[in-house]
Design a binder for this molecule. Structure first.
Ligand SMILES: [Mg+2]
Length: 359
């Protein structure tokens, strides 16, 4: 019975986990994955788990301290993610929820859903009214060298991926063209190809580059200009042929609604850690449905596999596994697809690995 599932403690641990491949972007390289692991303990012995991706190790201590301060407000509450979301929305209304506060609350929400799922003995997707089903995934690369990385790209295709994303914009236009044409040659015409500028361009430069790259049959062009510049995104979109993608930096569904109202994108890719967790993802999915906008996920492969099956306009799951090294069973890709596992979100910490990477 989940109705008496009551929170008894909130624990956190800061770690820096290795990545299978470092992610080079136009605005810096992620060499590893700085994470804060959340464990929500309950009176049933069930522990709800999730992780926060701090992007840089300098955020980890602050996140862990914030979680520690939140514990008092959680202990004694019955696990009810929408109730906790409402409670914290009020508590942080005057401060605002962007940044570390929003990241922490969003991931706490995921841990609460995980506890509910484990207590019920179901994967979270069942609690959301859906079924675990294989969701099409794309293999997410950083900046690549078509010669050096040819073997990796070919292995992605062997694993069944039918879509590849690469990051561009770290050099001049000629470099973008060489990279995109080189990767297109390797993957052939039938595999979808997405590119990501990671917010690095100005509007005119983005328009110029996208125009020069539009012959390579791009499925989407991601964050050509700074994420918060919704009008700039709309200007690039109006002047470009390939679909414009953005959303990983939207804070809560309110940002998503504003971006869509501004005409910022053809496709949307909310990040579970910034959109408000699973509770708010469901609301975001409703916004996308009313505007007929395809929705993809960003990072968080485990939890994303639970929310995409109940997203009416689900598009792609981003396969960029940042926590696989500290899980007993990292997520699997089968025939280019990823399927949700349970109970809960289907994550069990590999305690040996966690101890090895704890700060
Ligand atoms: Mg991106």
């Amino acid at each position: 019975m989940t109705e008496k599932l009551t929170i008894t403690a909130l624990k956190s641990r800061a770690i820096v986990a290795p990545l299978a491949r470092p992610v080079r972007t136009a605005v810096g390289t992620l060499a590893n994955a700085p994470l804060v692991l959340i464990d929500v303990e309950t009176d049933q012995g069930v522990t709800g788990c999730a992780y926060i991706f701090g992007y840089t190790p300098t955020t980890l201590k602050a996140i862990a301290a914030f979680l520690s301060d939140l514990e008092e407000s959680l202990v004694g509450q019955v696990v009810a993610p929408a109730e906790q979301a409402r409670f914290y929305e009020n508590r942080f209304r005057l401060l605002g929820r962007q940044g570390l506060v929003g990241m922490t609350l969003s991931c706490l929400d995921m841990a609460l859903w995980d506890a509910l799922g484990k207590s019920a003995g179901h994967p979270v997707v069942r609690l959301l009214g859906g079924l675990p089903r294989p969701m099409p995934a794309y293999d997410s690369y950083g900046v690549v060298d078509p010669i050096e990385d040819r073997g990796d790209l070919e292995r992605s295709l062997e694993r069944g991926f039918r879509a590849i994303k690469i990051k561009v914009g770290d050099g001049d236009l000629m470099r973008d063209i060489e990279m995109v044409s080189g990767v297109r040659d390797i993957i052939g015409p039938d595999v979808e190809l997405m590119i990501d500028f990671n917010q690095s361009r100005t509007v005119p430069d983005a328009v110029r580059r996208i125009d020069a790259l539009s012959n390579f049959d791009l499925t989407w062009v991601e964050e050509p200009v700074p994420a918060e510049d919704f009008v700039g995104h709309a200007e690039v979109r109006a002047a470009s042929t390939p679909p414009i993608q953005t959303g990983e930096n939207w804070w809560f569904p309110q940002d998503m609604a504003k971006a869509i109202d501004a005409g910022a994108c053809d496709c949307a890719m909310p990040d579970l850690m910034k959109i408000g967790g699973i509770t708010a993802w469901i609301r975001a999915a409703g916004i996308a449905e009313t505007k007929s906008i395809p929705v993809s996920s960003h990072l968080f492969v485990e939890a994303s596999a639970h929310v995409l099956p109940v997203t009416p306009t689900a598009h792609y799951l981003e396969f960029l596994d940042i926590a696989g090294s500290i899980l007993q069973e990292p997520m699997l890709v089968e025939d280019g697809k990823v399927t949700a596992r349970g109970p809960g979100l289907g994550m069990v910490w590999n305690e040996d690995a966690v101890a090895r990477y704890t700060l």
